[in-house]
Structures are given as C-alpha cells and as structure tokens.
Ligand binder design. Structure first.
Ligand code: NAG
Ligand code: NAG
Ligand code: NAG
Length: 347
C-alpha cells in the first residue's frame, strides 16, 4: 500500500521537475526522465534494474568518455543514501554491501542497466540511476521489491513411528532430512498458516522455537487465544521433545503410484520401486507432489519412513471428503501385505 503512495508521489516529483526543467531552458523538453519503475526480485537470484538511455542526447552522452553513471540506493533520509556503483568510462567502482555483487550490463552505449546478483531481503528499496555529463543529466528511479520463494514449497507436520512428541531438535532436523525436506522457518510456517494449515501438535522450527498453527480455534487448540501461530517460544534443543514442521520444495523428478497386481509388504514395496528404476517415495515428495502439482490418488501406499499415506487434492466421498489433504494411515506392520507403494524417480 505504502509503495503505491510512494510511487504516486515520485511520479509527481518527476512531473514537477520536468516542468521546471522545461521552463528553465525555455523550450519544450524531452528529457529522458521517466516515471518510477517497479521491479520484483527473488531472494538469492539475480535482478536487473533498468536504466535505458533512449534519447539521442543520452546516447551521445554515454558514448562520450567522462560520462558518469552513478547508482545510489535511496533512503527516506537522503543523508543515509548508500552508494552502489560508480562508472566513468572503463573505471567502475562498487561500494559497501554491493561490492563485487553488482555490475552494469553495458551491452551497448545506451544502457546503464544494473544487475544485482544474489539478491537479499535487505536489497529491497529505492534505487536511483544518474547519468551525468554536464549537459544532459538523466535521472531514473527504480523500486526493488524482493520476495522469497515461499510459494515454491510446502510445510508439513511430521512425527515419527514412535509417536508424537519424541523429537529433540537434532532428531527433528534428521527427521525432515530423511523426508527430503528441511526444518521449516517461522516465515514458512506463517505462509502455510495463511494458506490454511491447521495442526494441533507443537513442532520445532529452524530457529529452535516451537509453534503450532491454528486456523480454526477450538478447545485446547487455541480455544482461548483464537486463530494464529501459537508459540511455546524458544525451547531446550537437547531436552525438548516435540514434533517438527518440515519444508519440502518443488520436486526435481517424478512422483508416482506404482501399478502392482497385489498388495505389498514394506520390503516388497521398497524393492518394487527399485525394480522400476526408482526409489520408494519420501513423505516430502508426496507433500510436494500434492501441494505443488495437484497430485491426487485415493490409494494408500507405503512411503520410505514405513508410514502409509495418500494424497487427495480433489476432496470426495471416501477419500478425504471435506478437505484437500495428505491422509495418514499410520505405521502398519511392515510384514503385512497391506498396501501399494508410491515411488520417486530423480530427474
Ligand atoms: C547471476 O549473474 C552472474 C554473473 O553474470 C552469473 O554468473 C550467475 O550465474 C547468475 N545467477 C543466476 C541465478 O542467474
Ligand atoms: C534422537 O536422537 C538420539 C541420538 O542420536 C537417538 O538415540 C534417538 O533414537 C533419536 N530419537 C528419535 C525419535 O529419532
Ligand atoms: C531433495 O532431493 C533432491 C534430489 O532429488 C535434492 O536435490 C534436494 O536437495 C533434496 N532436498 C532436501 C531438503 O533434502
């Protein structure tokens, strides 16, 4: 919201300076000042802030040696502005947290576009591109917003076969890893909660705190607190025993139900996937396929941890009638020919 307001006010400033410049030179101006541009970057990736110099004046200007291009990160209080990059002909200098992390694309002489590599959340904000040669000064402002790729993953609660509240922090880390996942961050749990995750058992998060997410407050599950992320705070990593919230990202391979004539024991299930050139799927694979690929199958199948589950994304009678969910069928006796199997094949 504030960004929209900012943009509007920037636009006004731009218009005003255009008008002033016009009157100062006593002629209609086509100074290459354009409205603020908004750019969306993804955490950890590269992002490009445009500063194209399209006017004839500008082309001459930047082709001319001695032209300076200056990129600045602009703060609310201009006194706190941060230098990003200074370019004078062949000489380039980068500053502070931007040192060796930014470069000008300079594909041709019309381009002062800046690339920031390995974007961090702290990089978000307003940037100013100035091209200065004494005759034509070009000013362009770009607002950079940075998002993490939270949507490209899924948070799921996990408890081991020995039952709930059995994991200290090291166990929890190991448990997620074994499901091809990592321990979720508070930010990830928060996103999942906003997406409807409701779970009444407390679990570890990556910073050593313990939470549970409640979207429908009831009885002991946030009954007197209302919906939200309910916190047990920082817990003792050795002594504390909880479940865990794991985070699995998008699959780099295929998750599938292995068509088999008969039900299988656990060992047969493991072998059947191997015989198919794959491995028995992990819990994280199933959640990822379910949440991010809409995988839906109403057949209970073995997974690598010895549990039996099935993923439903189209709720229907006899298959998770009220909600899309990964259904849990417990940790059955591994010797019984009780279930089918889900496999995972790496790309
Ligand atoms: C970011 O840019 C650098 C330098 O051009 C390049 O080496 C790197 O592969 C790029 N990273 C991504 C994620 O595109
Ligand atoms: C937790 O870790 C300890 C030490 O590595 C191990 O002995 C124990 O079996 C683990 N518990 C669970 C439930 O994984
Ligand atoms: C999950 O497995 C893939 C390979 O299939 C691997 O690239 C990825 O790092 C694993 N993720 C986690 C969190 O273990």
């Amino acid at each position: 919201m504030w960004k929209t307001e900012k943009m509007t006010s920037l636009l006004c400033i731009t218009m005003i300076s255009l008008a002033l410049a016009g009157s100062a030179y006593g002629q209609p101006t086509n100074l290459p000042i354009r409205p603020t541009v908004m750019v969306l970057g993804v955490l950890g990736e590269n992002v490009t802030l445009p500063c194209l110099l399209l006017s004839e004046h500008a082309k001459d200007a930047i082709a001319h040696t001695g032209v300076r291009v200056k990129w600045t990160k602009v703060e609310e209080d201009e006194a706190l502005n941060e230098d990003v990059l200074l370019s004078m002909g062949f000489h380039k200098k980068t500053y502070g947290s931007f040192a060796d992390r930014v470069f000008m694309n300079a594909a041709d002489n019309e381009d002062a576009t800046l690339t920031i590599t390995d974007v961090s959340l702290a990089d978000a904000g307003k940037y100013r591109c100035e091209v200065i040669n004494g005759m034509v000064d070009i000013l362009e402002e770009v607002i950079l917003d940075v998002q993490s790729i939270l949507t490209e993953g899924v948070v799921f609660p996990y408890s081991p076969s020995v039952g709930r509240y059995n994991l200290n922090f090291a166990n929890a880390t190991q448990a997620c890893l074994e499901q091809n996942a990592s321990v979720a961050s508070l930010e990830q749990l928060h996103e999942a909660w906003k997406g409807g995750l409701d779970w009444c058992n407390a679990g570890w998060l990556s910073d050593g705190t313990v939470y549970y997410p409640v979207t429908k407050a009831r009885g002991p599950c946030g009954g007197n607190k209302g919906p939200g992320l309910i916190s047990y705070g920082l817990q003792n990593k050795q002594m504390g025993r909880y479940d865990v919230f794991c985070f699995a990202s998008a699959l780099k391979g295929s998750f599938y139900w292995l068509v088999q004539p008969d039900r299988l024991t656990f060992d047969e299930a493991v072998q059947a996937c191997v015989d198919d050139g794959a491995e028995i799927a992990k819990v994280g694979h199933m959640y990822s396929a379910w949440k991010l690929e809409g995988f839906d199958r109403c057949d209970a199948g073995w997974l690598a941890d010895g549990s039996v589950r099935y993923p439903i994304s189209r709720p229907r009678k006899n298959c998770s009638p009220t909600e899309a969910a990964v259904r849990f069928g417990g940790f059955p006796d591994k010797m019984e020919k009780s279930n089918g199997v889900y496999c995972f094949k790496d790309e």
